[in-house]
Design a protein around this ligand. Structure first.
Ligand SMILES: [Zn+2]
Length: 334
């Protein structure tokens, strides 16, 4: 199915209105349990608003028009904040419905329903309601379904989330974007979703750039889904040099139409989830900086022979095609 309308937090737009789009950035996240760290609540709503508006204005200075904020409902999602940021900046923000991986998501709440074999149906009901009526009475509707799994295996609970996403996709027509850890289990996520009725071209396998092996990326693209090179700047997890090498290989291999890029920035975190010891040494001109790709990565890609047209495919055409639900061209890749 294809659509001519894409839900953003400030209303529906046409695919052509997306323009240059980063496909995985976060205004705010909060790992479940953040509220117990009462000594460190993190930024206030107003501080977060100021930070996000500033970040987005920097993005706009680089010609970026839109972003997907795929925060699931159990990871500190705040769609009213997103709507305020979007209306102050005139920037398009697409928000998500969905659920995070077991080890850092809302599993404690859903555990009993999971044990009773009812979690997937109830989660699907939540997603469908958010799409039909808006999120928690705000009227703000999601433009994507988010799912996730952890390292090296997909747990039963996470299969429940994937099942719920498949049910919700069939009802809503929303595309699906995924979280993976360390570039693992993306192929299994894709297989399960496709077997359960989500067309491959309506799936982004997120954080695939965490896997250093280009064969993994080729397998996902070859089966028809989008491959997320969406953690530029997160050298803590994998070096950008590897992301650049693999992105260039993928484009040269003919997979240009199956790649999306982003940073997985967290503009604001509830509590203090990233201890100083972990991120203190990082270069904040790079880490969680949503213009890093435009300022630092594009010049490197160009020096490797990537053309403006190929970059437009990553930043404009692929997001537009994904959200519109249009299939990929049939003959591509090598
Ligand atoms: Zn993310």
């Amino acid at each position: 199915m294809t659509t001519t309308r894409i839900n953003t937090v400030t209303g529906a737009i046409t695919p052509d209105q997306l323009g240059t789009t980063l496909m995985h950035e976060h205004i705010v996240i909060g790992y479940p349990g953040w509220e117990s760290d009462t000594l460190h609540p993190g930024p206030s709503l107003n501080e977060c608003l100021a930070i996000a508006v500033d970040r987005i204005q920097q993005m706009q200075d680089h010609g970026i028009n839109s972003m997907l904020d795929p925060c699931p409902s159990d990871l500190g999602r705040d769609v009213e904040l997103a709507a305020e940021v979007a209306s102050r900046t005139g920037f398009n923000i697409v928000c998500a419905t969905g659920f995070y991986k077991e080890d850092q998501g809302g599993k404690p709440y859903w555990a009993l329903y999971h044990e009773m074999g009812q979690a997937a149906e109830r989660m699907a009901e939540v997603m469908i309601h958010e799409f039909d009526h808006g999120i928690s009475g705000t009227g703000i509707k999601p433009g994507v379904i988010k799912v996730g799994s952890g390292v090296g295996r997909i747990t039963d609970y996470e299969y429940g989330i994937l099942k719920a996403a498949s049910i919700a996709h069939k009802e809503t027509g929303l595309p699906v974007t995924t979280h993976t850890d360390q570039g693992t289990m993306g192929i299994e996520q894709q297989q399960y979703l496709v077997e359960n009725g989500v067309p491959a071209h309506m799936i982004i396998i997120g954080h695939s750039c965490g896997n250093p092996d280009v064969a993994y990326h080729q397998a996902i693209a070859g089966a028809g889904s989008y491959v997320g090179f969406d953690r530029f700047g997160l050298d803590i997890l994998a070096p950008d040099s590897v992301r650049i090498d693999n992105l260039v290989r993928m484009i040269e291999g003919g997979w240009n139409e199956r790649l999306v890029v982003s940073h997985d920035c967290v503009f604001c975190a509830r509590g203090v989830p990233f201890p100083e010891a972990l991120v203190g040494a990082a270069d904040l001109d790079v880490l969680f900086n949503p213009t890093h790709f435009h300022r630092h990565i594009i010049p490197q890609l160009k020096s490797r022979g990537i053309t403006g047209e190929q970059l437009d495919m990553l930043l404009i055409e692929n997001p537009r095609r994904y959200f519109s639900g249009a299939p990929l061209s049939p003959v591509h890749g090598g």
